[in-house]
Design a protein around this ligand. Structure first.
Ligand SMILES: *[C@@H]1O[C@H](CO)[C@@H](O)[C@H](O)[C@H]1NC(C)=O
Ligand SMILES: *[C@@H]1O[C@H](CO)[C@@H](O)[C@H](O)[C@H]1NC(C)=O
Length: 364
């Protein structure tokens, strides 16, 4: 491993410690250090250069050191996958397509992503409009389908135990479920075969509830039925309360004497056969005036309510939040989430960086 000495990211360290004999360490120790260095940093510091920084940057440069280092750091890189936009998904599918080719040719760079991913996040990714076939040429009409090849994406996405999607991105989940289901039901005994997904924790982000595409298909219903933890990160239209100063000690139940949000009654609760807990961000969020006027992003405390006895049927009457807490059916934790300011400076809008909080493990 003589070329480790030439590895740029470690140069500053080596200079600071004057010729640290990095290459003299045992290879186990070196690989352990690389694994640690490859851990993505999801927490963005206030510094702008950091906000735009790819959280996987260190892991990606380490992958270029050598095949052994790449093989060592890839599991670290794959543990939490963030795909915030359409191009990130197509880039990911492209990597999967390359892996398919590597596997076919028994290339040293092959690495099976399926089963390596613990958690995967899809940002607000709209379905591309179907392209009209051009005259005399049907080839070009399949471009967008080839961009996102569900037969490649499905085994990897569905092998993750924890899945987070914006409501806008649910088409990606349908596509994967459909792709995995057709081979599942073609098995000899689909009733007994294990389900073609491992998702256990489902986090849904965003404003609207459109459940029909899931509840109306066999695979969608089977998927919902298998989820045990459901979370909603949705109040982008939070009722924000502006206080001159934030008083952190109003802990009494009075503060939670308001009903669960209305949209909860439109969730098809009877589809979730194995649901153990449901969590949601409470819609009353206190913003201090400082948070309103400051142009920088800030950390705001949002409250995450977890219900231990989720509703079992669609006909269900939400109680006041305080009632769930009082009876021990629910509990609230406070989580610091970064705000993102809306574009318009005249009309104050606030949205939250759920992606960062989720990636950092604050919102499970
Ligand atoms: C997503 O893609 C953009 C540009 O294509 C890139 O700058 C960004 O780092 C990517 N994000 C992640 C988390 O890979
Ligand atoms: C699923 O959620 C539970 C409870 O929040 C958490 O303990 C567990 O680690 C989560 N699983 C994954 C794979 O994130």
């Amino acid at each position: 491993m003589h070329h480790l000495n030439n590895f740029t990211p470690f140069r500053p360290i080596m200079q600071a410690t004057s010729q640290f004999p990095f290459a003299n360490l045992s290879s186990e120790l070196v690989l352990l250090i690389f694994t640690h260095a490859a851990r993505p940093t999801f927490f963005k510091t206030g510094d702008d250069s950091d906000v735009s920084k790819n959280p996987y940057a260190s892991a990606l440069s380490l992958c270029r050191v050598s095949k052994i280092v790449r093989r060592t750091v890839l599991p670290e890189l794959l543990r939490t996958i963030l795909l915030p936009g359409y191009n990130n998904v197509t880039a990911f599918v492209h990597a999967l397509r390359m892996q398919q080719a590597f596997a076919l040719h028994e290339n040293d760079l092959r690495f099976d992503y399926a089963g390596r991913i613990d958690r995967i996040w899809f940002g607000q990714i709209c379905e591309p409009p179907p392209q009209a076939p051009l005259y005399g040429s049907f080839v070009s009409s399949t471009t967008s389908e080839r961009d996102i090849d569900f037969s490649l994406l499905a085994p990897v996405l569905l092998s993750a135990p924890s899945l987070a999607l914006d409501f806008e991105s649910l088409w990606l989940l349908y596509g994967c479920l459909e792709s995995a289901w057709s081979s599942h039901i073609n098995m000899n005994d689909p009733e007994r075969a294990p389900l073609p997904w491992r998702a256990d924790n489902l986090t849904l982000v965003g404003e609207f509830n459109r459940w029909r595409p899931l509840t109306s298909t066999a695979e969608g219903s089977a998927f919902l039925a298998s989820i045990s933890r459901l979370s909603f990160l949705s109040p982008s239209r939070a009722e924000t309360h502006l206080l001159p100063t934030y008083d952190p000690c109003f802990n009494d139940l009075e503060h939670w004497k308001y009903p669960l949000p209305e949209w909860m009654t439109s969730v098809p609760w009877d589809s979730f056969k194995r649901l153990q807990t449901v969590s949601l961000v409470l819609p009353r969020i206190v913003l201090t005036v400082a948070a309103k006027t400051s142009l920088s992003e800030e950390n705001v405390d949002v409250e995450l309510l977890t219900l231990f006895d989720p509703p079992r049927s669609t006909y269900w009457e939400p109680k006041d939040i305080s009632a769930y807490i009082e009876s021990g059916e629910g509990c609230v934790v406070s989580v610091g989430v970064r705000t993102k300011l809306g574009d318009s400076s005249i009309q104050f809008t606030v949205s939250f960086d759920w992606e960062e909080a989720w990636a950092c493990g604050l919102l499970k």
